[in-house]
Design a protein around this ligand. Sequence first.
Ligand SMILES: *Cc1c(COP(=O)(O)O)cnc(C)c1O
Length: 395
Amino acid sequence: MTFEELKALDHQYTMQTYGRFDVALDHGVGATLYGLEGEEYIDFASGIGVNSLGYGHPAWVKAVEEQAHKLAHASNLFYTEPYARLAETLCKRTGMSAVFFANGGGEANEGIIKLARKYSFDKYGKGRANIVTLRNSFHGRTITTLQATGQEVFHNYFFPFTEGFRYAEANDLASVQAQAGEDTCAVLLELVQGEGGVLPLDKGFVQSVADWCRERDLLLLVDEVQTGVGRTGSLFCFQQYGIQPDAVTFAKGIAGGLPMAGVMANEKCRNVLGPGTHATTFGGNPIAASAALAVLNVLNDDYMPEINAKGNYIMETVRSWDAPCVETVRGLGLMVGIVLKDGTDRAALIGQIYGKNVLVLTAGPRTIRLLPPLTISYEELDKGLAAMKDVLVNA
Ligand SMILES: *Cc1c(COP(=O)(O)O)cnc(C)c1O
């Protein structure tokens, strides 16, 4: 099939909810992807932060293959070993106590919202169900997580949305305190706002929110759907913020390309969602769980400095360019945002970068977001960066 044939087929039979790039992908090796006619792309997008080990990683392929031969799916009516072992690994490496597995980030965030509301309901009764989130955040596309998302543009069309969310300014404790009243049960944060523009929160702010939540018995919820699983240079981002949240969600990178997500809770919250209160058919699927175990095995503690080194290498390289259109470069680990000056035609630059066969993402109104596979080689980084330099320096 040619690219044009594929594009026509897609347009004829799929809901056109995505503005896709003019690229069709066929297969990949490492952090390099190949199109239908063998075109080669350097991948700085990793399927939106999902393909943490890149493409064809032998340990990942072996784990998926072996589990596919054994048992693809069981449902949560039965015990399976990959599920329990994955939960154990996550808890032991994060200090959290128990895990619920889901299938995607929005769904995991639904779970953490249910957990927070039930924690409060069980202890204080009705009327304490509000959750404070941050302006510029992103928490998902379900009716509830759209409303949890602190960006007005998402609160459209699908009325009525779920009630019970209020929005505070990032890095402003007083704003969080002002939005949280007697009716509030939790604060939900992304530690690096991803879709919002790759904005790492201030450590001092996060720690003071954590302290204040503890005093008021508000749950501190952290959405690590994008920042988790090594992306920011520690297994979970909260581990470098010096906080221990009550509950954390994860998704994107966990299973290295298969749909998986989840909620981790601390000791205080591990039993809030008791039998019959929350469920999923696919969640914790054995193939996805086996894949996730392989991902976590590769991303051991010794691997984290490598992620930070590569992230710093990208940021320092971009900063060294004489690129008048670049305002600043920021990020954490391999989650990097190149912020363009106001008035720069980002779409045109992105088009040129794609024209040089480098896949990148956007975030917020004027940021180019890079989320390469965590296993990307320096050779691949150099290739991709050289192409980007050509575009950004001449913009
Ligand atoms: C991507 C993302 C989500 C939504 O995850 P889906 O798997 O698309 O439902 C939620 N929160 C954050 C921080 C994300 O980056």
